[in-house]
Design a protein around this ligand. Structure first.
Ligand SMILES: [Fe+2]
Length: 322
């Protein structure tokens, strides 16, 4: 078990997800931006130009690594080859921290490339806690876990998600990546109170926040990361900022990606929602102004596939589309 807050320095500010579309702009302009988050899998196995670009960026900006394939909730054994490559990348670019999601991405060696929701029970809590400890021991550092966007719940679940996350931090010393948009999406899709969700979180364990756009389809919301942050999520962000006392903020934009300047302007809007709230001084905000895989490329049309996976584990998924 890691000590709470060990190895994590959250004084980063307002950052952007590094996307291939912006490589040339960054290399030509070296824009003033506080920090970048990189999708680990986009660089773990690539040499050549992407890795070279990443090295240039990591020499000039703080970076953190954000993964989508750890599958911490799966019943498969941990993929030690994956972890070895993750560790090797971390040794090369020296990220401030390494994060992934509270989810599973497949079973029996199949990777669906989706961030699938977990049944939240005492049994799964024990299972995930043990795996987090294994991962932290192997990496020799704290793991940071993100709350996922969910589109269904399991009838077998007995622990509310914020409580589940709290138990994980207490059992393992892991950190939390609070995706404010995901809290909104999950709450909308599962008929929860988003502000109540925030208040139930172990906010002292939050080392980073995510913001992103989504698509509201009326009966449900899809976490598309293809547009600006909506007003409701900004409002929730203001609440999250107040509750956490400030944490580094990162904008994710993964489809229909606009120019670097537009993405950066979007994350800088966060400053407006920090006004009036006392920060504990952890966050320093600057004033500077090829498509990658979508880490949340989850479509509701894939519900059938998900239920098939759920059946493999004897779980009953509840479709929220009604
Ligand atoms: Fe996120």
């Amino acid at each position: 078990m890691m000590e709470q807050g060990e190895e994590v320095s959250p004084e980063l500010g307002l950052g952007l997800g590094l996307r291939g579309k912006h490589f040339n702009y960054i290399l030509e302009n070296w824009p003033t931006v506080d920090w970048f988050e990189v999708i680990s899998e986009n660089f773990m196995d690539s040499g050549g130009r992407p890795r070279w670009v990443l090295r240039q960026i990591a020499e000039r900006y703080p970076v953190v690594m954000h993964g989508v394939s750890l599958s911490i909730g799966s019943l498969d054994a941990l993929d030690m080859d994956y972890l070895a490559r993750l560790k090797a990348l971390a040794e090369e670019i020296k990220p401030r921290w390494i994060s992934d999601h509270l989810c599973w991405t497949g079973v029996n060696g199949v990777n669906t490339h989706d961030l699938l929701p977990m049944p939240l029970t005492e049994e799964s809590l024990k299972h995930v806690s043990g795996r987090i400890n294994e991962v932290q021991d192997f990496l020799g550092r704290q793991l940071v876990l993100e709350n996922p966007s969910t589109y269904l719940t399991f009838r077998q679940s007995t622990i509310p998600e914020p409580d589940f996350l709290r138990c994980l931090t207490e059992e393992t010393g892991c950190g939390l990546l609070l995706d404010v948009n995901n809290v909104y999406v999950t709450s909308y899709n599962n008929d929860l109170d988003a502000e109540e969700y925030l208040r139930a979180l172990p906010v002292e364990s939050v080392v980073q926040m995510h913001l992103a756009g989504h698509q509201n389809c009326g009966t449900h919301i899809i976490d598309t990361h293809d547009g600006p942050v909506v007003p409701e999520v900004w409002k929730l962000f203001a609440e999250a900022w107040k509750l956490t006392g400030g944490a580094p903020v990162l904008l994710e934009w993964d489809a229909r990606i606009p120019s670097f300047e537009e993405c950066h302007a979007e994350v800088l809007k966060a400053k407006k929602y920090m006004d009036g709230f006392e920060s504990d001084g952890r966050t320093a905000i600057s004033t500077g102004p090829g498509e990658v895989s979508n880490p949340v490329d989850f479509l509701v049309s894939q519900f059938t596939e998900l239920t098939e996976f759920a059946e493999l584990t004897d779980l009953e998924a509840v479709d929220i589309r009604g």
